[in-house]
Design a protein around this ligand. Structure first.
Ligand code: CMP
Length: 140
């Protein structure tokens, strides 16, 4: 059975472009409940660890530099079928390929500056949520 939680970040471009409110509105309108949320800024070490899975990719350095360039919003979201439904809501990684009406089609600039992150599996949703929030900070 699909899990009920996913993890998201509003990336530095989403925060810088004043789209925190717009993006959170789309998320809650789509039926997600916010279980934990914070405004934070990743250190280089945190970004390297969070994106360790991409360490061998040519864009890794750029990705770490970008994700540490400004504040982000990190949040744990709840809904039935959370991971898949959230990925549908945000659209394709490259906003040029994102379906109309998705968060990335509306607010993302490029494949790097793509406004939001969404976990790609239930397993990663748990790992990524735990990376940012101790269990005590997640609302029951
Ligand atoms: P996300 O899926 O949230 O996490 C990995 C990120 O790497 C992805 O979003 C993109 O922002 C980024 N990424 C993927 N492919 C590229 C690329 N070719 N060039 C730059 N960044 C990329």
């Amino acid at each position: 059975m699909a899990g009920t939680r996913t993890f998201t970040m509003i990336k530095p471009d989403g925060v810088e472009d004043n789209n925190i409110g717009n993006i959170l509105q789309m998320i809650t309108d789509a039926g997600f409940t916010i279980k934990a949320m914070k405004l934070t800024r990743l250190s280089t070490e945190q970004a390297q660890e969070f994106y360790a899975i991409h360490a061998e990719r040519p864009f890794y350095g750029e990705l770490v530099e970008y994700m540490t360039s400004g504040p982000i919003i990190a949040a744990i979201l709840e809904k039935d079928n959370a991971v898949e439904d959230f990925r549908t809501l945000i659209g394709a990684t490259n906003p040029a390929e994102a379906a109309e009406g998705t968060i990335r089609a509306k607010y993302a600039e490029s494949i790097g500056r793509n406004a939001v992150h969404g976990s790609d599996s239930d397993e990663n949703a748990e790992i990524e949520g735990n990376f940012h929030f101790p269990v005590a900070e997640v609302v029951a």
